[in-house]
Design a protein around this ligand. Structure first.
Ligand code: TYD
Length: 133
């Protein structure tokens, strides 16, 4: 199974414009417990640099773009999130980083759990050890 799991978000557009609907346990393969978004990222700033022990997330740039790198401890891959209809699934135990944010980027993230700092692995060496257990 590929590390990059893209989810195509059908646009329910009509002559008035576009609309994308995200529902838990449908296109988004978990109950959505939390939504957050990242915007106004300063030039040259990269974010992420962590994995989650349990949390699963779906991320989509609803405006602008950024480059996401994913790493499961054995394989690395990257994807440009550059469309409001292209989401990526970030599974648990996947180290992820976001780079090259455009000025207008709004990165929307849907999460399977409430915020819990104890669920983060923020040190890459610790991640590699855990991921290869
Ligand atoms: P962090 O996860 O480090 O952001 P990124 O992965 O984009 O670099 O979160 C940044 C800060 O925001 C950190 O202090 C934790 C806080 N935060 C919450 O309080 N709730 C949340 O849902 C998220 C994602 C972060």
């Amino acid at each position: 199974m590929s590390l990059i799991k893209l989810i195509n978000l059908p646009s329910l557009g009509d002559e008035r414009g576009a609309l994308v609907a995200l529902e838990g346990n449908k296109l988004v393969p978990f109950d959505i417990k939390r939504v957050y978004y990242i915007f106004g990222t300063e030039k040259g700033v990269s974010r992420g640099f962590h994995a989650h022990k349990q949390l699963k997330q779906v991320a989509v740039c609803i405006t602008g773009k950024c480059r996401m790198t994913l790493d499961n401890g054995t394989e690395k891959a990257e994807v440009w999130l550059d469309s409001a209809t292209k989401a990526v699934l970030i599974e648990d135990m996947v180290w992820h980083e976001m780079h090259d944010f455009s000025d207008d980027c709004v990165l929307l993230v849907l999460a399977s759990e409430l915020y819990d700092e104890a669920d983060y692995i923020r040190h890459y060496q610790e991640f590699i050890v855990q991921a290869n257990k």
